[in-house]
Design a protein around this ligand. Structure first.
Ligand SMILES: C[S@@+](CC[C@H](N)C(=O)[O-])C[C@H]1O[C@@H](n2cnc3c(N)ncnc32)[C@H](O)[C@@H]1O
Length: 457
């Protein structure tokens, strides 16, 4: 049994979901959302300059086979340095997605808690649960007699109540997420602002969930991406010359994956709402060496009416896009996120019930209107969310099918998720065409939903 408390939601949100799920299902889901997925997935990065003579699929396989031995050797070293059994952390190739490598996440609940405590914030806590060490800026407090190289208990401040630099034991609500070795002194950490700090503050020798992130020196070769997101981009079946639109693109995980498939004349137009978000996409495109194929613009994708062809489009104020402009469209809209895991849930962080019931679904339907208009006849669209709310998933797709008889759900060639929920407008056949990743049946990944559609006329 995981020591993590189940996700907390306000009572009206719980009542809303008890209309969707049985009580047992909802309770298991809340527990699962608090815990990390049971698998760590890496996507192999394929820069455009890598083997330009090969098509994307062949380049991916070649690159994966090159990277695998280095990755395994670095993971073995990581395990040895922490006294973990290397035999338990063998990197495997996914049988259905060529660019996916994966490792297990193993439970490690029977650890003794050392005397000294170090407090961290919830975002550092989430990273620890997914296999990371703790960067110095994530450390909130350490008791006054803690020193470099001490073994310390890592405690997450659940309610954001622990003041930075506190030297007495914090007695608010806290969760033990494992033990580690302190690598920077209190003085070094708390005499500076978090933004002035760098490097590891704690090396996690005994986290309650043991796995490995991307080893040092491999950050431009691998991307930590939930398999659900990798699958969503893969299902777009992007050809080397396709014009692709990613309507809600930041930070750019999917755009970058898609850009690496555009090995000919194709490109991705990546839109998001503000400059900071566009800068993130462009920065990521550079890191992963696909910048030549990503054109990112600040745009409100609910309002794209216009007559520019993709090649002319520059995201200028008032400029819009002509109908039937794109071969492929990715619509990964903002959503309530009730699928993200692990989450240190507190009532202040979860959404209002109105977001689940009306606000988000209405917004997603407006984005869908533009997506359908911009898709070429014969073109493919993938719609995905990281929420388990059927009003943002099955219902948005059912609404699209009823408003646009020229849109059809199509069978995905890679099916990993379970069927959609009945009672939200999709018939039984169409429920089999969508993919729902519910952590109670898919503990290996986050909660997610994917639908693949095509425009027939
Ligand atoms: C789920 S995230 C997208 C994640 C992204 N697809 C990826 O894989 O990295 C949703 C994004 O939609 C953006 N967004 C929200 N409303 C938008 C709008 N009207 N037009 C464009 N982008 C929007 C948000 O800023 C946010 O970055």
């Amino acid at each position: 049994m995981s020591p993590l408390p189940p996700l907390e939601v306000p009572s009206e949100v719980a009542a809303f979901f008890l209309n969707v799920y049985t009580e047992t299902h909802w309770e298991t889901l809340r527990q699962q959302l608090a815990c990390p997925p049971t698998t760590t997935y890496f996507r192999v990065i394929v820069p455009l300059s890598y083997r330009p003579d090969l098509d994307f699929t062949s380049a991916v396989r070649e690159r994966r086979n090159e990277i695998l031995p280095e990755l395994q050797s670095k993971i073995d070293k990581h395990c040895i340095s922490r006294n973990w059994d290397t035999g338990q952390y063998k990197v495997l190739c996914h049988s259905m997605l060529d660019d996916v490598l994966y490792l297990p996440v193993l439970e490690n609940f029977n650890i003794e808690k050392p005397e000294k405590e170090v407090m961290i914030d919830t975002s550092a806590g989430t990273a620890v649960l997914r296999g990371a060490d703790i960067f110095a800026p994530g450390i909130l407090a350490a008791e006054s007699d803690t020193h470099v190289d001490n073994t310390v208990a890592i405690m997450v401040d659940m309610d954001k109540k622990c003041l930075r630099g506190r030297s007495k034991r914090f007695d608010g609500r806290k969760i033990h997420v494992g033990n580690g070795i302190l690598k920077q002194s209190r003085q070094a950490i708390f005499s500076k602002k978090p933004s002035e700090l760098s490097g590891d503050g704690v090396i996690m020798t005994d986290p309650i969930y043991k796995t490995c992130g991307i080893p040092q020196g491999m950050n431009d070769q691998l991307f930590l991406q939930n398999i659900t997101s990798t699958l969503a981009s893969a299902l777009l079946e992007v050809g080397m010359d396709h014009k692709v639109l990613d309507m809600c693109a930041s930070p750019g995980g999917k755009s970058i994956h898609i850009a690496s498939m555009c090995r000919g004349f194709g490109c991705v137009i990546a839109l998001d709402k503000n400059k900071y978000k566009i800068d993130r996409i462009l920065k990521n495109a550079q890191i992963y060496q696909v910048e030549k194929k990503v054109r990112a613009y600040i745009c409100d994708s609910t309002n794209l009416e216009g007559d520019s062809k993709p090649d002319e489009f520059k995201g200028l104020p008032g400029q819009g896009l002509a109908s039937e402009s794109f071969d492929r469209i990715m619509l990964d809209p903002p959503c309530t996120g009730l699928g993200q895991r692990p989450v240190f849930g507190t009532t202040s962080e979860v959404q209002k019930v109105n977001s689940f019931r009306t606000a988000q679904p209405a917004y997603q339907k407006r984005l869908m209107t533009q997506a359908v208009r911009l898709l070429k006849v014969g073109g493919i669209m993938v719609y995905s969310t990281c929420t388990l709310n059927p009003h943002e998933n099955e219902e948005v797709i059912a609404d699209c099918l009823s408003r646009y008889p020229n849109m059809q759900l199509i069978d995905p060639e890679v099916k990993i998720g379970g069927p959609g929920l009945l009672n939200y407008g999709l018939n039984a056949e169409d429920c089999e065409r969508v993919q729902r990743f519910d952590p109670t049946t898919h503990p290996e990944t986050v909660g997610f939903f994917i639908a693949k559609l095509c425009r027939t006329s």
